[in-house]
Design a protein around this ligand. Structure first.
Ligand code: NDP
Ligand code: OXD
Length: 313
C-alpha cells in the first residue's frame, strides 16, 4: 500500500494521478481509515509531523518535491531511505523561471512597463548585452546546472558556487566558504537554488548581499531566490534594497508561506514576488517517477536520487 501524506496540495488530484500510474496498487490518503501494517511506501509533501511514524512495514519515503527540508521538519521521522524528485519536467520549469527573470532584468522590462503606464519613454534606450552581465548561481545541483547551461546559451556570463567544485560546460566553479567572496564580487544577478539545510539557513543576509558586484552593467546587482525562504533574511533584503545596494529582488519563496499580507515585500517597488511556483511538481510527471522508483525497489534495485540524511539534501 502507498500512503499519500500531503498538506497544502490537492490530495485528491495526486491520489487519482498516482493511481493511474500504478493501477492495481492500493493507495490511501492520510485522513482516510487504513491498516498501518499494510503501508510499504509513503509519498510526502509537507506531511504532518508524526504522520509517518508507527508504520511498521514502511520501507521508503518519496518526496514529491526536489527539496526535502519539509520532510526533515518531522521530529518523529522514521529511519527509512528517502528519495527526492529529479525529473526533466520540474528541471525545465525551474530553468524557464530563472532564464525568464534574468532576461527581464537584462531587458529592464519593469522599467518599460512603468513607462507604458505613463505613455512616455525616457531617453535612455540602451540595453546591455547578455555577455556583459555576470550571473552567479548558488547551488549547482540538478537545477542550478541546467539553469546555468541555458543562461549560457542565452549569452550570459555564468559562474556557479557549490559545496564541492564542478567541472561542466566550462562554467567557472567557486566552492565552499573560501570561494564565496570572489564569487559574489563577480556577480550582477545572484540566482539562489540551494537546498535549505542547517548550513544554508539564513545565508542570503545583509553581509552576503553587500558582497555582490557594484560595478556591473545593470547598475545595481539583483537577487533571484527560488530555493527556499529559510535561506533568506527578508529584513536584510529590504534594507539593502532601500539603501540602493541591491537593485531588485525576485522572490518565489519566503520565510513564512504564504507571504503574510503585512509583508513589505508585496508592495516594494523593486521586488517581484511569485507564490512558490517557480517549478511545481506536475502530478503526471512526478507520479510516473514514483511508479518507476517503486518498480525498481520491487525488482531488488536501488531507486535513484537517494537523499543523504547527514547532508540533509
Ligand atoms: P541538488 O541537491 O541537486 O543541488 C543542491 C546544490 O546546492 C548542490 O550543488 C550542492 O553542492 C549545493 N549546496 C548544498 N549545500 C551547500 C552548502 N552548504 N554550501 C554550498 N553549496 C551547497 O538540489 P536541486 O538542484 O535539485 O534543488 C535545489 C533546491 O531548489 C531544492 O532543495 C529546493 O529547495 C529548491 N526548489 C524550489 C522549487 C520552487 O518551486 N521554488 C522547486 C524545486 C526545487 P554540491 O553539488 O557540492 O553537493
Ligand atoms: C520542490 C518545490 O522542492 O516545489 O520541488 O519547492
Amino acid at each position: 500500500m502507498l500512503l499519500v501524506a500531503l498538506s497544502g496540495w490537492n490530495v485528491g488530484q495526486w491520489v487519482e494521478r498516482l493511481q493511474k500510474k500504478m493501477p492495481g496498487r492500493e493507495i490511501v490518503a492520510l485522513g482516510e481509515p487504513f491498516d498501518r501494517r499494510a503501508v510499504h511506501y509513503a509519498v510526502s509533501w509537507k506531511h504532518p509531523a508524526g504522520s509517518l511514524a508507527a508504520l511498521p512495514n514502511l520501507s521508503a519515503i518519496f518526496s514529491l518535491g526536489a527539496g526535502v527540508d519539509h520532510i526533515f521538519n518531522d521530529d518523529r521521522l522514521p529511519d527509512v531511505p528517502i528519495y527526492r524528485v529529479v525529473d526533466p519536467d520540474l528541471t525545465n520549469r525551474m530553468s524557464e523561471y530563472i532564464v525568464m527573470h534574468c532576461l527581464m532584468l537584462l531587458r529592464q522590462t519593469r522599467r518599460y512597463d512603468a513607462q507604458q503606464r505613463i505613455q512616455s519613454w525616457d531617453d535612455d534606450r540602451f540595453q546591455p548585452a547578455a555577455r556583459d552581465v555576470r550571473v552567479g548561481i548558488m547551488g549547482m545541483g540538478e537545477l542550478g546546472q541546467d539553469a546555468a547551461h541555458k543562461l549560457k546559451m542565452m549569452g550570459f556570463n555564468v559562474a556557479g558556487w557549490s559545496r564541492t567544485p564542478k567541472t561542466r560546460d566550462g562554467i567557472p566553479s567557486y566552492s565552499g566558504d573560501a570561494g564565496l567572496k570572489d564569487f559574489l564580487a563577480r556577480t550582477d544577478i545572484l540566482v539562489v537554488l540551494l537546498p535549505l539545510t542547517p548550513q544554508t539557513r539564513g545565508i542570503i543576509n545583509e553581509r552576503l548581499l553587500r558582497g555582490l558586484a557594484q560595478d556591473g552593467r545593470l547598475g545595481k546587482p539583483a537577487l533571484i531566490n527560488a530555493g527556499r525562504g529559510g535561506l533568506q533574511i527578508e529584513n536584510d533584503i529590504l534594507k539593502v534594497l532601500d539603501e540602493g545596494v541591491l537593485g531588485h529582488a525576485v522572490l518565489d519563496v519566503f520565510e513564512t508561506e504564504p507571504l503574510p499580507r503585512e509583508s513589505r515585500l508585496w508592495s516594494h517597488p523593486h521586488v517581484t514576488v511569485t507564490p512558490h511556483n517557480a517549478a511545481m511538481s506536475d502530478p503526471d510527471a512526478i507520479g510516473a517517477l514514483v511508479a518507476r522508483q517503486i518498480a525498481k525497489l520491487e525488482a531488488g534495485q536501488e531507486p535513484d536520487y537517494k537523499v543523504d540524511r547527514a547532508r540533509a539534501y
